[in-house]
Design a protein around this ligand. Structure first.
Ligand code: BG6
Length: 482
């Protein structure tokens, strides 16, 4: 999927703004360590922050992050990474900081600037880079959230594009770097058998669940400004929808994939408050930095429509939440039942119709469920899964993959300006106008109203942590498997 663009030259350095912060500690340093371990990190890594730290303190911060991520096996890689680290201390509002950075970069070609900083500072840093002449022939890597609504996303894009061309901007949505999610694109278009059924004629509905069995984990302040819809649905889940719903790319190259994904967001119907259920786990109000009367959702379920030729009339149900029953992510593509009910145990009366299930986490798998006759003179059977497990040892972790790609100038797994804005256009109407949150008990599947939302098309498929090959639907008694 490589596409030659004029920035395909490898970055001569990685500059991490916010290097002393949490994201760098938890994600970036462990990813850099993995890259060093694979031998693909050979250029200097310059940390920039206004913490008043020394280089040794930054090294300690990096070492600690890597150890806490459980990466203690490759000491040589750790030493290599630490020897590549540099540190520039300074306030982002002070032009002197950028002059110091310029000096530290010297003749470095194509530096990649990673903004691991609050979005409110993006503009200041991008302006500083531009004014110091540091933006030319360089790359910009930004983290989600890309704005908090359509207007702020446009503003953010405007600021980034004032100093960097679109093909030099790498917007990270780490879901796009996950193997199981990359496999959606591959599985759909590397196999021809799917295409004839992959549309409104054969598909009854699509569900995507991203559930986590833990709360906001001390990120109350962030959650109060975001909520579940902004945190994981408008980005991670929407990206999954786009990969499932897109038309085949017209040619080999990531530009073609970006075009088709953007069209899916453009065809999504803007959400209406009736298409949404918001929940809040009991106990959220006691989290640090959370308002005592907060109406922020920690659970969100949506009914979404894509008004395109392929998907007209097919509902897409998305659901995500904290403090739910389990930590897992799955897609269930439910197929229509046979047109005639020839057997007493046919769907939908006897349970879920045939489906395709993509297990995204904690393990990766694809399953196709079909009914098979049970031995005996009765024409009754069970829904059984053809199950493909795709666990592969040694797969790159998302941040490792995405950082390596951005440094190499490969934009395949990043999101494009038009797609980001089109996705915000879909959620914009319900960011302010929405139903109130409904409380739910931790360890459940969220408020009961979410079940009502999907009722017209059956029930939610709850991903389980049980051993692979045990489809969830065989345990609810609807369609038993032996
Ligand atoms: C992040 C969200 O983007 O994604 C978190 O901010 C969420 O709230 C996380 O927990 C989920 O990512 P993953 O890779 O653990 O499924």
């Amino acid at each position: 999927m490589d596409e030659i663009n004029d920035r395909s030259t490898h970055a001569g350095a990685l500059v991490v703004f916010g290097a002393t912060g949490d994201l760098a500690h938890k994600m970036i340093f462990p990813a850099l360590h993995a890259m060093a371990s694979r031998g693909v990190l050979t250029v200097p890594v310059l940390g920039v922050a206004a913490s008043g730290w020394s280089l040794d303190q930054l090294r300690e911060h990096a070492r600690d992050g890597i150890e806490q991520a459980g990466k203690t096996d490759d000491r040589a890689a750790l030493d290599r990474l630490l020897s590549l680290l540099r540190y520039v201390d300074g306030d982002y509002h002070d032009p002197e900081t950028f002059l110091k950075l310029k000096q530290a970069l010297g003749e470095t070609r194509h530096p990649a600037y990673y903004l691991a900083i609050p979005p409110a500072l993006f503009g200041t840093v991008i302006k500083g880079l531009g004014e110091t002449g540091l933006a030319g022939q360089a790359r910009l890597i930004v983290e989600k959230p890309f704005g908090r609504d359509l207007a702020s996303a446009r503003e953010l894009n405007r600021i980034a594009l004032s100093a960097f061309p679109e093909n030099a901007i790498f917007r990270i949505d780490h879901y796009l770097g996950k193997e199981a999610i990359m496999n959606i694109l591959y599985f759909r278009f590397a196999n021809a058998f799917l295409e004839p059924i992959w549309n409104r004629n054969s598909i009854a509905s699509v569900q995507i669940t991203l559930s986590e069995d833990f709360g906001v984990k001390g990120r109350g302040a962030f959650y109060e400004s975001a909520g579940c819809l902004r945190d994981v649905i408008q980005n991670h889940l929407f990206q999954i929808v786009a990969l499932l719903a897109m038309e085949p790319p017209a040619y080999q190259g990531y530009g073609a994939v970006h075009n088709e994904k953007a069209k899916v967001f453009q065809a999504m119907r803007p959400l209406h408050p009736n298409d949404m259920v918001r929940g809040q786990y009991r106990g959220y109000l006691d989290e640090p930095c959370v308002a005592h009367d907060s109406d922020i959702e920690t659970f969100c379920a949506l009914r979404l429509f894509i008004d395109s030729w392929r998907w007209a009339g097919v509902p897409w149900y998305l659901r995500a939440g904290k403090c739910l029953s389990t930590t897992a992510a799955e897609i269930l593509v439910e197929l229509k039942p046979p047109p005639q009910r020839l057997f007493d145990d046919s769907a939908p009366e006897a349970g879920r119709a045939n489906y395709l299930r993509f297990r995204l986490s904690p393990n990766s798998a694809v399953a196709l469920a079909a009914r098979v006759k049970r031995a005996g003179k009765e024409f009754v059977g069970d829904q059984r899964e053809l199950y493909l497990s795709e666990e592969q040892a040694g797969a790159e972790m998302p941040y490792e993959r995405l950082l390596s790609d951005a440094m190499a100038g490969n934009g395949a797994l990043f999101t494009r300006e038009d797609a980001v804005e089109a996705a915000w256009r879909v959620v914009d109407p319900v960011l302010e106008m929405h139903p109130k949150v409904q409380p739910y008990e931790p360890g459940t599947w969220g408020p009961a109203a979410a079940d009502e939302l999907i009722r017209a098309h059956g029930s939610w498929h709850n991903p389980s942590l049980e051993a692979p090959n045990t489809p969830a639907d065989t345990r609810n008694g609807k369609a038993s498997s032996h």
